[in-house]
Design a protein around this ligand. Sequence first.
Ligand code: GLU
Length: 418
Amino acid sequence: MSTSLETLNPFRIAQDQIAGAVERLGLPSSVYEFLKEPQRVFSVSIPVRMDDGRLQTFVGLRAQHTDVIGPTKGGVRFHPAVDLDEVKALSIWMTFKCAVLGLPYGGAKGGVICDPQLLSAKEMERLARGYIRAIDPVIGPDIDIPAPDINTNSRLMGYMLDEYRSLHGRNAPGVVTGKPLELGGSRGRISATGRGCAIVVREAADRIGLSLKGARVAVQGFGNVGSHVVRSLQALGCKVVAVADIRGGAYNPDGLDIDELARHAAEHGSVAGMPGTENITPEQFFSLDVEILVPAALENQITAPVAAQIRAQIVAEAANGPTTPRAAALLAARGVLVIPDILASAGGVTVSYFEWVQNTMNFYWPEEEVHEKLERMMVSAFNEIWAMRGEHVTTLRDAAYLAGVRRLAAAMSARGWI
Ligand code: GLU
C-alpha cells in the first residue's frame, strides 16, 4: 500500500488501536463494539456578538466516549481544523490516557471550529461562554469536565466556570479544570503536560542507556505543551537545539536560550526569525541530528516519509496522535523508541484530576505536593507499560493500549456487562 492510501483519519486510527488490543487480549468482541464509538456526541451552534456588532455563529462539538469508569474528561480546542471525526478520536484517546494513568474518568473532547488568530480577546471570551451555555445540559463535575487544549487556556477556563456559575446560581469549581488559581485551579497544572512528558522521557532514556546530560532535543510546538516540555527537559540536562511552530522553526546546534525564545515568540507570534538561530523548514526539523524528538502540536505530523528521515532515538508524543500508524511501524522497525501519546501527554489530565480532587475537598496542595504526586503516577504508569511491552514483546504504544483495554474491560465486567 502506498503512503498516499494510508488512513489519516484519526477516528479510524483510534478504532483500529482498540480492535488490535481487544483481539490480542482475547476479549469478547462486545468490548470492541462498546468502545469503538463515543457514547454521546453533541454538535451545537454558538451565536457570538462580534466586536463590530455583527452576530456570527460558530459550530461547537463535544464527544463523550465512555463513562464506564467515571465521568468523562477532556479538553476543548479552538481551531479551524476541528471536525467530528477528530473530536471523536480525541475523546477515545482521552479514555486511554485516563485508563493508562489509573484516573477515575472516561474520555471526552470538545472543539469549536474557529480561527483564534482572527478573534479578539473579547470575542474569544464570548465564544468560550457561548460554548458552555450550549453544552451546559451535558456537563457537570460528575458528568463531563472540560479543560484546556489547543488555543484554549486557564483564562478561558475561568470564563467557562463563571458562565456555568451564572447558569446554575452556585459555585461548582469541579466542572472545569485548568482554571486560574484564584478560582480553584491547581498549582502545577499549567506545566503538567510538559513535566509529565519529561518524566517519561527520563525513564525511557534510563531504560535504553541514553544519558540526558547534553542530549539534543527538538520540539515541535511552543504552546501550552511544547513551551513546558522544553523547560522540563532542559531542567533534566538536555540541550534544546530546535523548536518549531506553524510559522517556522528556530535551530541552533549549540542550544537555544529558552527565555529569549519565549520573549521572541510572544512579541512576533512565532519562534521563527529569532536572532542567532537558523530558520528551518518542517522537513529539516524532523531530520535533525538529535537524540530526542518531541511532537507537541497537532495530529498526523509524522507520516511514513517523515519517519524515514527521523534520526532521534526517542520520540515522545506530547501531542495527541502525532504519528500515523505506518510511520509508527516504520519507527519501530528502525528501533526508534516511541513513547505513545496516551502516556507521554497524560500529565495534563493527571493534574486536572488533582485539581478536581482539591475542588471536592476545598483543600489546596502546595506545588511541591502536586509535582511529587505527578512524578509518582507517571513513573508507575511508565513502569507498568514498560513491563507489558516486555511481556507481550510489542511496542510501548501497543502495550499502553493493552493496559488500557484491560482496565476498561475490567470495569465493564464489574458492572456485569460482560
Ligand atoms: N487537553 C489535555 C489533553 O489532551 C488535557 C485534558 C484535561 O486536562 O482534561 O490531555
